[in-house]
Design a protein around this ligand. Structure first.
Ligand code: KG4
Ligand code: ZN
Length: 335
């Protein structure tokens, strides 16, 4: 079989990434230039700073991706790029670079939804079996996505306010933890106990939606109140209590969704999918769904990266997705 080689681009937030993917599921290279240090002193991603970094990094990332994969432009079959959702100025850099490469080398251009990319990261480990369900949890999204077949994505539940990762980052700031706070809070949580019993919003509601802003406020109020009365609270217990509330709601809603939409595979994807507590909990609970296999995206592919965009891009290409030089960034893109 001829080699299908996708050159893929991801610049929706604070990682500049370019990858080469063979036949949709094999990573030949995956260059990720992170900007986290530049954003840390601001406590979060500054869109203008992100765009400037992407401009500085993108050509070097393309060169490194081709060199690491040991291929040239002439070997490529297509170009895939994230065109939304994300920060408009950041997305535009990847979209512009991808269009330039596609035009200069006469290659088809495939537009990719960032969330489809997170889900299709699973394919880089094992083929996805359909129907499938994905719990996508990241800094910008918390969604339950039902996929009856390969290129069909139906959002059956989503957050009404903050995304799970956003809540981690915001409560992390109150604990004096730098952005992004997810991983350090996860580590603290493993040393503490759920003593605060924070609210589990919408947990018993008859839908698949989420809400994390009440939990975030309860956490912040608890810490501020303790500060006012000069009471020292255990950071470990605070983190454990917060994490337990997040994991409870995510796991409960996912289980309920699986009962209504039986699937062959449940995929846990997105930056927050790296969370140890969430991985452990889903592994335990999905075991009771005999016909559903749990696919945990490997830690190295949970955060934003272009390999996942290439994996989704190859699938979308087969289903006829194409863009031309008029492709624009779509910051609010939905499935
Ligand atoms: O998918 P991602 O890299 O970027 C977006 O598309 O948003 O996700 C980044 C988010 C951040 O909010 C970060 O704090 C969170 O993922 N995160 C975690 C963990 N590792 C990263 N959240 C909880 N536990 C973790 N271990
Ligand atoms: Zn992401």
């Amino acid at each position: 079989m001829a080699r299908d080689l996708v050159l893929s681009f991801e610049t929706s937030c604070d990682e500049t990434s370019v990858a080469v993917i063979e036949n949709g599921n094999k990573i030949l290279s995956n260059i990720v230039a992170t900007q986290i240090k530049s954003h840390q002193r601001f406590g979060g991603v500054v869109p203008e700073v992100a765009s400037r970094h992407h401009i500085e990094q993108i050509t070097g990332c393309i060169e490194d991706a081709l060199r690491d994969a040991d291929v040239t432009y002439d070997d490529l079959t297509s170009v895939a790029v994230t065109y939304g959702p994300g920060l408009v100025g950041a997305l535009l850099i990847g979209v512009t670079a991808a269009k330039a490469v596609a035009w200069a080398h006469n290659l088809p251009l495939v537009p990719v939804n960032h969330l489809a990319g997170h889900i299709y990261a699973a394919r880089l480990v094992e083929p996805i079996e359909f129907p499938a369900m994905a719990l996508v949890v990241s800094g910008g999204h918390t969604e339950l996505v039902y996929m009856p077949e390969e290129d069909k994505f139906e959002i059956i539940g989503e957050t009404r306010d903050d995304a799970a990762g956003e809540a981690y980052d915001k409560i992390g700031r109150v604990l004096g933890i730098n952005y992004p706070a997810g991983k350090p809070v996860d580590e603290l949580a493993h040393q503490g106990k759920d003593t605060f019993k924070f609210p589990r919003a919408m947990d018993s509601d008859d839908n698949f939606d989420f809400s994390f802003s009440g939990l975030k406020s309860a956490f912040i109020n608890t810490v501020h109140h303790a500060d006012q009365i000069h009471e020292e609270l255990s950071r470990e217990d605070l983190a454990a209590s917060f994490q337990q509330a997040v994991v409870d709601v995510l796991a409960d809603k996912t289980q309920r969704a699986l009962k209504e939409f039986p699937v062959k595979q449940l995929i846990l994807a997105g930056g927050v999918a790296a969370n140890k507590g969430l991985r452990e909990r889903l592994t335990k609970e999905i075991a009771s769904f005999k016909d559903t296999k749990l696919e945990l995206v490997p830690l190295s592919l949970c955060g934003d990266n272009a390999a996942m965009i290439g994996a989704a891009g190859e699938m979308l290409y087969r289903h006829g997705a194409r863009a031309d030089a008029t492709l624009n960034a779509d910051p609010g893109l939905e499935f």
